[in-house]
Design a protein around this ligand. Structure first.
Ligand SMILES: CC(C)(COP(=O)(O)OP(=O)(O)OC[C@H]1O[C@@H](n2cnc3c(N)ncnc32)[C@H](O)[C@@H]1OP(=O)(O)O)[C@@H](O)C(=O)NCCC(=O)NCCS
Length: 167
């Protein structure tokens, strides 16, 4: 596995973010808030949105000094306040090395030690077998299949919910 580290996003990452995120093979698995094409303006807006959170919620995945992916943990509100959702993507240049299962385990440990939560979950598309595998390798359990919960690129899809409880 190529060594990586999780660290804060910074404005100097605009070029690398616009380069690695600009990929339809990534955008097709995410919400429509993740655009394709992904230009430098989108990169700057994103970094400005996530860079100043305290505690930090979104981390750049850095390889060889370059930001090549992102992983975030988002505590919920109201009656869901003890749960947090995670989301992630990685540059296609680095897929299939086991990087994201490791990054998910790091963000889970960070989440349980930083936020007052008991449950961390993710919501991959039913067709996203790669992400489901990531979650299984990181110790998550499939809890639910929501029929036709998603409408993406003109098609209905099922949404899966995977979760991990605080030990
Ligand atoms: C999903 C993603 C994060 C995986 O990251 P990664 O670091 O490459 O993860 P891994 O190295 O564990 O490789 C993916 C695993 O899924 C498996 N996989 C990938 N595509 C698959 C498919 N179509 N069917 C079955 N298994 C598949 C791989 O074989 C591998 O498992 P293995 O190690 O047991 O062989 C990355 O592909 C990505 O960024 N995708 C686009 C964005 C995305 O889907 N984000 C998640 C939204 S919920």
């Amino acid at each position: 596995m190529t060594p990586f580290k999780l660290r804060a996003w910074q404005l100097s990452d605009i070029d690398s973010l616009a380069k690695h995120a600009n990929n339809p093979n990534i955008a097709k698995w995410l919400t429509n808030q993740f655009p394709y094409p992904y230009d430098k303006q989108a990169a700057e807006t994103y970094i400005k949105m996530v860079a100043n959170d305290h505690p930090q919620k979104v981390f750049a995945i850095e390889i060889d000094g370059e930001a090549v992916g992102s992983i975030g943990i988002f505590p919920q509100t109201d009656i869901h306040q003890k749960s947090a959702e995670i989301g992630y993507w990685l540059s296609e240049d680095y897929w299939h090395q086991g990087i994201m299962p490791q990054a998910v385990q790091e963000i889970v440990a960070y989440g349980f030690r930083t936020f007052d939560i008991v449950r961390i979950y993710a919501r991959p598309f039913s067709t996203n077998k790669g992400s489901q595998r990531v979650l299984e390798k990181a110790g998550f359990t499939l809890e639910a299949r929501l029929k036709n919960a998603l409408y993406k690129q003109g098609a209905f899809l099922d949404e899966y919910i995977y979760a991990k409880l605080k030990p």
